[in-house]
Ligand binder design. Structure first.
Ligand code: RFL
Ligand code: PHB
Length: 390
C-alpha cells in the first residue's frame, strides 16, 4: 500500500489530522491498534478550549458539538468551604470553554472519516517504522492476519505515550523530560445530574476533588488518591463519601449520587519529548507530551499540534515549501511548554502532596487566596484555561 501521509494511531489527534488532510485533498491512511469500539469507549477528556472548537468546526465535525456541547462562561474553585467562581468570559473579553466528551468528539471524527471513505485500519498489530530519516519511509504491520507494508511520504506519530513512533527517534536526537506525582485521580462516571453547571476544582486538606459533567444526566467526578491505589479498592459508597467530605458543604448537600458506570484511576505525570520531528516523522498529541489533567489540557494540546502539523503538510503539498514542516517542532513546543507550565501550576496549587512541608502548605493556600482576590491573577488563569492563542 502507498499513501501520502501514514498516520499511526486513531485517537483524536490521528483522526483529526486525517480529516483535515482529506478536506485539503491529501491522501492518508490511519492505522490503529485497538478496535473502533474500544477507542470510542475510553472515558477521558471533557473540556474543550475555544481554539479546539474552532478547529473541529474547520474540520467539518462541529455540528453535533455546537448542538450538544455545554458552553461554560465560568469555572469554580472550591476553597475554604465555598465555591468561588472565576468569570472566564469576562476576564478574557468573551472566550469560553465547551464541555463535550472526548468519546463524542472521537465518534464524530470516526463517522466523518467513514462517510468520506477514509482509510482507517483498526486492530492492526505489530506496527514498526522504518527509514523515517530517508525520502522513503515505510511502516510494516499485521492486518487481518496478513503482513502489510505501507509506503508514505510522511509518517505522523499520533499513537499516544506508549506507541512505537516516538521510539523511532534515536535518543541522540531528542531530550525527554519526565515528572511524576505521588498521587493519581480516581474518576467516576455516573448517570446522575451534575451538581452544578460549572466545573469545580476543589482544594481540601483531605485532597483534591473535581466536579465535572458530560450532559444533564451524566456526571464525571474525580478525587485525588495516593499512587498505588486500585480502582477496585474503592466501592461506590467509599468514593461518594470521600468526595462529599472534600467538597464545600453546600455542594456536598446538593450532590446526587448513584451507581458508577465507569471507575478508573489515572496516574498524574508530565512528559515532554523536546523534539517532535525526525526526518519524515512528526509526533503529535500524547505521543510527544503528557500533562497532568488539572486544567484539562491534554486533548486540547493534541488539537493544537494537529493545527500546526496540518498547516505545514497542506502548505508543503500546495507550494512545495518545507519551511513550516521544518519549524513544526519548535512552533508546537513553544505552545506545549507554556501549557505544561499551566497544568503543573494548577496541579501544584490544588493537590495535597504527601511530602509537602507546613511552609509549602501555607504558600499553596496563599497562592489560591491570591488567585481568588486578584483581578490580574484571575485574568492570567482564565487566559490559560480558555487556551493560549495559535
Ligand atoms: P490517544 O487518545 O492516546 O490516542 C493514541 C492512539 O494510538 C493508538 N496506538 C497505536 N496504534 C497503532 N499501533 C500502535 N502500536 C499503537 N499504540 C497506540 C492507541 O490505541 C490510541 O487510540 O492520544 P491522542 O490522539 O494524542 O489524544 C490525546 C488525548 O487522548 C489525551 O491527551 C486526553 O485524553 C487527556 N485528558 C484530557 N485532556 C483534555 O484536553 N481535557 C480534559 O478534560 C482531559 N481529561 C485526560 C483527562 C486524560 C485522562 N486520562 C485517562 C489520562 C482525564 C483523564 C482521566
Ligand atoms: C472531565 O470532565 O473529565 C475533566 C474536566 C476538567 C479536567 C479534567 C477532566 O481538568
Amino acid at each position: 500500500m502507498k499513501t501520502q501521509v501514514l498516520i499511526v494511531g486513531g485517537g483524536p489527534a490521528g483522526m483529526l489530522l486525517s480529516q483535515i488532510l482529506d478536506l485539503n485533498g491529501i491522501d492518508s491512511i490511519v492505522i490503529e491498534r485497538r478496535s473502533r469500539e474500544y477507542v470510542l469507549g475510553r472515558i477521558r477528556a471533557g473540556v474543550l478550549e475555544e481554539g479546539t472548537v474552532k478547529m473541529l468546526r474547520r474540520a467539518e465535525v462541529g455540528d453535533r458539538l455546537d448542538r450538544e456541547g455545554y458552553v461554560h462562561e465560568s469555572v469554580g474553585i472550591g476553597f475554604d468551604n465555598e465555591v468561588h467562581s472565576i468569570d472566564i468570559m469576562g476576564c478574557t473579553g468573551g472566550s469560553v470553554v465547551t464541555v463535550y466528551g472526548q468519546t463524542e468528539l472521537t465518534k464524530d471524527l470516526y463517522d466523518a472519516r467513514e462517510k468520506s471513505g477514509g482509510k482507517v485500519l483498526t486492530e492492526v498489530e505489530d506496527v514498526q517504522l522504518f527509514d523515517v530519516d530517508s525520502e522513503s519511509p515505510y511502516v510494516t504491520c499485521n492486518y487481518q492476519g496478513e503482513a502489510l507494508r505501507i509506503d508514505a511520504s510522511f509518517v505522523a506519530g499520533c499513537d499516544g505515550f506508549h506507541g512505537p513512533s516516538r521510539k523511532a527517534i534515536p535518543p541522540s536526537h531528542v531530550n525527554e523530560y519526565h515528572l511524576s506525582y505521588p498521587y493519581g485521580w480516581l474518576g467516576v462516571l455516573s448517570e446522575t445530574p451534575p451538581v452544578k453547571h460549572e466545573v469545580i476544582y476543589t482544594s481540601n486538606d483531605l485532597g483534591f476533588a473535581l466536579c465535572s459533567m458530560r450532559s444533564d444526566s451524566l456526571s464525571r467526578y474525580y478525587i485525588q488518591v495516593p499512587s498505588g491505589n486500585q480502582a477496585e479498592q474503592w466501592s461506590d459508597s467509599a468514593f461518594w463519601g470521600e468526595l462529599k467530605r472534600r467538597l464545600p458543604e453546600a455542594v456536598s448537600r446538593a450532590l446526587v449520587t448513584g451507581p458508577s458506570i465507569e471507575k478508573s484511576i489515572a496516574p498524574l505525570r508530565a512528559f515532554v519529548a523536546d523534539n517532535l520531528n525526525y526526518g519524515k516523522l512528526f509526533l503529535a498529541g500524547d505521543a510527544g507530551h503528557i500533562v497532568p489533567p488539572t486544567g484539562a489540557k491534554g486533548l486540547n494540546l493534541a488539537v493544537s499540534d494537529v493545527y500546526y502539523l496540518s498547516n505545514a503538510l497542506v502548505d508543503y503539498y500546495k507550494t512545495g515549501s518545507e519551511d513550516l514542516l521544518s519549524n513544526y517542532s519548535t512552533t508546537a513546543l513553544n505552545r506545549i511548554w507554556k501549557t505544561v507550565r499551566f497544568s503543573l501550576m494548577c496541579t501544584r496549587m490544588l493537590h495535597i502532596s504527601p511530602d509537602s512541608t507546613p511552609f509549602e502548605k501555607k504558600i499553596q493556600q496563599a497562592e489560591i487566596r491570591y488567585l481568588l482576590s486578584s483581578a490580574a491573577a484571575k485574568t492570567t488563569f482564565a487566559e490559560n484555561y480558555v487556551g493560549l492563542p495559535y
